[in-house]
Design a binder for this molecule. Structure first.
Ligand SMILES: *Cc1c(COP(=O)(O)O)cnc(C)c1O
Length: 473
């Protein structure tokens, strides 16, 4: 076969496998264990090559038994989007085109798609239209990028150039962060030399919201460069920090306010939920994900910064071999840590085109409605307790007893185990207020009310099995 027809057959083969996987994903059995999968892949380093079609067949045969049904309609684990087929198709093309998205001359199309998708994101999320956007791997690196910009800006105001001179000898930066912030934000602080423990932790309420009066108290002790990190959408409860009060306090002392809004910021893209995230537009930077509520395939996150100059200074230095950027041009690499990377703008552009503003709003509203419905149904079952106010798409559930209690911890963990083993749906566990909970996140595009009913039936059946047995003793 000529090279072109080999390529064509190979791509068709991959597409066929992908379509077949998607057709049956909702009915797939729970995946084999890591150990079983390691054994399936384990082999000596290949000495000689293998024909392309065989490689693809072999990859599919080995992988599929160990895939988790994250794109299926009854996956409620972590907070994970469903890699929408339109985003996947765009992403395949991205890979096939092989564009290095570093600069606008290397790939005019990749750079332009990103520029336009960035503008659409600002519009949909109703953030300052002249903010800058970096297309990164996810909210973790988005927070890293935003906090790098924050670090540079607050130190510049104190007469220090951290980009040039580093942190040694720099004025100290105060970092205020809620007790229930996502661990990934602490990772970002760790990467930036700000330390994951060298922070002022702000107490939170029962829903995980920062207490504004504690922020007010803490800020009094913060003379000089200060960064306040808030959350739009707490990972367990979906709660939003009291942004209005926090921004007012930040303004008084010139603090930078960063928002971790990995999924919750998308409440702003829906009229029915926008009130939950009102006021977050007053912050200085925002981290959010495409691969959660926008349903792009992995990986896709957005680092958004009000002060585009601070964003750029934190991420780039000029190099003589890279083309200069004229007014009106934009190099994707100026807003992210990487030079060479995937052209994530294409999948983002495609998803926004496909869903449209009204489609995104309808999806967010529907997921929030389904979450409320799911929580109400589960709460009807004797011994099942929903611990959070279901304001968004997140539900935390405890089995046996609401309070901290070892027996209820064991029953909750056993209910999670049985639910996962049954395989009708997937839900994971989390620690909340020193107790184990089942965490349910309704955020997959294909999820319908029928899926919620099926999942609730499966979870209640698992729980009845546990409560009827002697797991508690
Ligand atoms: C998922 C999540 C993150 C981390 O995002 P990644 O895309 O996994 O890097 C950060 N914060 C919150 C609130 C999240 O839900």
């Amino acid at each position: 076969m000529a090279t072109s027809s080999i390529t064509q057959a190979l791509f068709a083969q991959a597409a066929q496998h992908a379509a077949e996987y998607r057709r049956t994903v909702g009915d797939a059995a729970p995946p084999l264990s890591y150990a079983a999968m390691h054994a399936a892949f384990d082999a000596p380093t290949p000495e000689r090559g293998m024909p392309a079609a065989e490689v693809v067949e072999d990859l599919v045969a080995r992988s599929v038994p160990g895939l988790r049904a994250m794109t299926g309609p009854r996956f409620f684990g972590w907070v994970i989007g469903a890699s929408h087929p339109v985003g996947v198709a765009a992403d395949w093309l991205t890979a096939a085109w092989g564009q290095n998205a570093g600069n606008h001359e290397a790939s005019p199309a990749a750079a332009a798609a990103e520029t336009v998708a960035a503008q659409w994101l600002l519009d949909l999320l109703d953030l300052p239209r002249d903010a800058s956007v970096g297309f990164v791997t996810g909210a973790t690196i988005a927070s890293f990028v935003c906090l790098a910009a924050a670090r540079g800006a607050v130190l510049r105001r104190a007469g220090w150039n951290v980009e040039a001179d580093g942190l040694f000898g720099a004025p100290p930066i105060h970092v205020l962060i809620g007790d229930d912030a996502h661990t990934s934000v602490f990772s970002a602080l760790q990467f930036l030399g700000l330390g994951h423990d060298r922070v002022v932790r702000i107490a939170t309420d029962a829903q995980g919201r920062m207490l504004a009066r504690d922020v007010a108290r803490a800020i009094v002790a913060c003379a000089g460069p200060t960064i306040i990190i808030v959350q739009a959408g707490q990972l367990n409860t979906g709660a939003f920090d009291p942004i209005g009060e926090i921004v007012a306090l930040a303004r008084q002392c010139g603090a930078w306010v960063h928002v971790d809004g990995a999924f919750g910021l998308w409440a702003r893209a829906c009229q029915a939920t926008a009130h939950l995230a009102a006021g977050f537009e007053a912050a200085d930077s925002w981290a959010t994900d495409g691969h959660k509520w926008l349903q792009t395939p992995y990986d896709c996150g957005y680092a958004i910064v009000r002060d585009a100059e601070a964003h750029r200074s934190a991420m780039t230095i000029a190099a003589s071999y890279l083309p200069p950027v004229a007014a009106g041009e934009r190099d994707p690499s100026h807003f992210v840590p990487e030079l060479s990377r995937r052209a994530r703008g294409f999948a983002t552009w495609a998803m926004i085109c496909h869903l449209g503003r009204d489609g995104i709003a309808a999806m967010v509203a529907e997921h929030c409605r389904l979450a409320k419905h799911m929580a109400a149904r589960l709460a009807c079952e004797v011994g099942v307790h929903v611990l959070n106010d279901v304001v968004l798409n997140q539900i935390i559930v405890r089995f046996g007893a609401r309070d901290a209690d070892d027996a209820a911890d064991r029953m909750t963990l056993e209910t999670i185990r049985r639910t996962q083993a049954d395989g009708t749906c997937f839900a994971g566990g989390a620690r909340w207020r020193d107790r184990w909970v089942m965490r349910l996140s309704v955020i997959s595009a294909p999820t319908t009310e029928a899926d919620i009913e099926q999942a609730c039936d499966a979870i209640c059946a698992a729980w009845r099995g546990v409560s009827g047995s002697n797991v508690s003793r």
